[in-house]
Write a protein that binds this ligand. Structure first.
Ligand SMILES: C[S@@+](CC[C@H](N)C(=O)[O-])C[C@H]1O[C@@H](n2cnc3c(N)ncnc32)[C@H](O)[C@@H]1O
Length: 218
């Protein structure tokens, strides 16, 4: 597959089907029971490979897909039943803050992402995105989970941001290396890992709809 130079600059590498499926399968099993009450965010949705894997596992979920590229947002709109927001994650999070401050807001139960690994002048954009989602005060519901495909450096890296992500995994989460060459069909020579981390009850906003711990409506 050919990824153009401008797409590369935006760190666009389509999520390979096996990697998307593996991440989603790993994360989805406990959420089926919640049916159409599950709210899922894909905050850097590209052309929707990951979104389609989520839809397959959670056919009734409400899925919001955020993507700044006009062409890729247009491609996402071709996938039925997805709310597409053409913007950056950073602007989207600012909008969530505005919505949550000014009225009712329904947080997400799952954030499933393959963030841009690097962006111009942001060598660890992936870590910034994971941390921005985790620490946003309104984004995640209690016990909400973030799952992500990230560079494998997450397991060993010593930069401040990487250590901060690893701190979340140590507290409540896990990392698992992807197979070598998982992205090679996409033309990307990157070593990757899957991570998940869960927001503790006290640190997240109540969804006002679902108590995920008991599975009952609250
Ligand atoms: C690794 S690709 C994601 C692939 C996607 N999961 C898929 O299934 O096609 C990263 C995506 O992040 C987008 N992106 C770049 N900067 C972003 C930002 N600031 N906020 C959100 N998405 C961004 C890129 O346009 C690109 O589509």
């Amino acid at each position: 597959m050919n990824v153009s130079a401008s797409d590369r600059e935006m760190s666009f590498w389509p999520t390979p089907a096996e990697v998307a499926d593996d991440l989603v399968y790993w994360l989805m099993e406990p959420w089926h029971a919640l049916g159409d009450g599950v709210r899922v965010l894909e905050p850097s949705a590209g052309e929707g490979h990951l979104v389609r894997a989520i839809r397959e596992r959670l056919p009734e979920a409400h899925i919001t897909a955020v993507e700044p590229s006009e062409t890729r947002a247009a491609a996402l709109r071709a996938t039925p039943g997805i709310e597409v927001v053409q913007t950056t994650l950073e602007s989207y999070l600012a909008d969530v803050t505005r919505q949550a401050t000014n009225g009712p807001w329904q947080p997400f139960h799952l954030v499933i992402m393959n963030p841009p690994f690097t962006l111009p002048d942001r060598r660890e954009a992936w870590a910034e995105h994971v941390l921005a989602c985790y620490y946003h005060p309104h984004l995640l519901a209690p016990y909400g989970v973030i799952g992500a495909v990230v560079p494998r450096i997450v397991m060993t890296g010593r930069s401040k941001l990487v250590q901060k992500v690893r701190g979340l995994l140590d507290e409540c989460g896990r990392a698992r290396a992807c197979e070598r060459g998982a992205f090679s069909d996409m033309g990307a020579k990157v070593s990757t890992a899957l991570i998940w981390t869960q927001k503790p009850y006290g640190e997240a906003e109540s969804s006002g709809q679902l108590d995920l711990f008991s599975g009952a409506a609250s």
